[in-house]
Design a protein around this ligand. Structure first.
Ligand code: SF4
Length: 387
């Protein structure tokens, strides 16, 4: 197999071993060649990323993953010289601006980690490449490997996959809870020392180990607090043919969406994990977004008056985001809000917000129990058409 053929295979298999491995393909952006995906860069602008596995050979046997060692599939490994050449060709043509490199555990943790580090070192030293690199760390990566990764990459990530050690054993028995947390702690130390300008991230495979949303958020808040993670990604589990979990139920994509929304509340809206509106089974409601659900649980707070509420309370209103809050605060110094249209023009989703606020004393909403009944009666739309 030549390097281009390996690339075809390893770019396709990257969906099983990368930060949004189970995300519908259409959401990854426009692909213009094997491994080329469009993502959002640090400046918010689209960035073409070369995203692939260095190897799809794996010594581990995670029951949900088609790359597991027990599966009889076509295997390939790109050596550092090959991968760096493939990347630089595309970079020089202007087809890619960054690299997202991951790998299966090919030949063990040390060789797999070393191969990726050697590749990025070639890019940085031989080719003087200074652009964006996101490097996946192997569970069990040592402090010196993480230090080297932090000097070479802008961001590192390590897959947690499950929210605690017991859950992890079910879906990734060789991984081991501490083999993930230790490299995370090393990466945090590097970040605090001024390396890793884009920080570190992790991901969960949601629904693979029977975990609840509360367990996921217990782990998520710990990751943000102790390890200073920049992002946590949630990927709905999809059963893969030929694996021991092929018959396991798929996780509704809407659950992934609700987890992302709840994570957004923690990171941008000042919510604490214990405020999230978990229902029976310790899961978030699927029919209603978590901010809306939280507001419905707090009739003692709403409606609030837009003209006088403080920033914190405005942020709690469903349909009002951080940008709209700033616009409201700026506008109300010189004007009174009397109509929903005034809020609509500032970017507020008034169909949601109107049930929780008053404008100059007037309420434009409905009885929220009717709103809830209508929302709960709606079928949950599975976004499987994206697959
Ligand atoms: S470590 Fe597990 S999830 Fe990762 S490639 Fe190997 S079998 Fe798949």
């Amino acid at each position: 197999m030549d390097a281009e053929q390996k690339l075809e295979l390893l770019a396709d298999d990257a969906r099983f071993e990368s930060c949004d491995s189970f995300t519908p393909r259409k959401r990854k952006g426009k692909q213009t060649g094997p491994g080329i995906t469009t993502t959002q860069g640090a400046n918010g602008k689209p960035m073409a990323l070369f995203r692939l596995l260095q190897s799809n050979s794996c010594e581990w046997d995670c029951p949900y993953c088609p790359l597991r060692r027990s599966n009889d599939i076509e295997r390939a490994t790109l050596e550092p010289e090959e991968l760096s050449t493939l990347f630089m060709q595309r970079h020089e043509q202007g087809a890619v601006q960054g690299l997202f490199l991951s790998s299966a555990v090919a030949g063990g943790v040390r060789p797999a980690m070393g191969r990726m580090l050697d590749t990025v070192e070639l890019l940085r030293v031989r080719y003087q490449y200074t652009g964006y690199v996101h490097l996946k760390l192997m569970p069990g990566a040592r402090a010196d490997e993480v230090e080297r990764a932090a000097k070479l990459a802008d961001r590192v990530s390590i897959n947690l996959e499950a929210p605690n050690g017991d859950r992890m054993k079910q879906i990734s028995p060789e991984r081991g809870w501490s083999t993930v947390l230790e490299p995370m702690a090393y990466a945090r130390d590097q970040q605090e020392a001024g390396e890793l300008t884009s920080g570190q991230a992790t991901q969960f495979v949601v629904g693979a180990s029977g975990e609840s949303d509360r367990e996921i958020f217990d782990a998520t808040t710990r990751m943000y607090r102790e390890f200073k993670l920049r992002r946590v990604y949630f990927n709905a589990f999809r059963p893969q043919a030929g694996t021991p979990m092929a018959e396991h139920a798929a996780t509704p994509f809407v659950r992934q969406q609700r987890l992302q929304e709840a994570d957004w509340l923690l990171r941008h809206y000042g919510f604490k994990a214990d405020e999230l509106p978990f229902e029976s089974g310790d899961n978030l409601p699927l029919q209603i977004d978590p901010k809306f659900a939280w507001a419905l649980h707090h009739p003692e707070i709403f409606p609030i008056e837009v003209q006088t509420a403080d920033r914190e309370m405005l942020l709690r209103v469903p349909g009002i985001g951080p940008i709209s809050v700033e616009r409201i605060l700026a506008m109300r110094r010189s004007a009174k809000f009397r109509e929903l249209d005034h809020l609509r023009k500032l970017g507020v989703v008034v169909d949601k917000a109107r049930h929780f606020l008053t404008l100059d004393g007037r309420f434009f909403g409905n009885d929220t129990t009717q709103v809830v009944a209508r929302l709960r009666a709606k079928p949950i739309v599975e976004q499987l058409s994206l697959w």
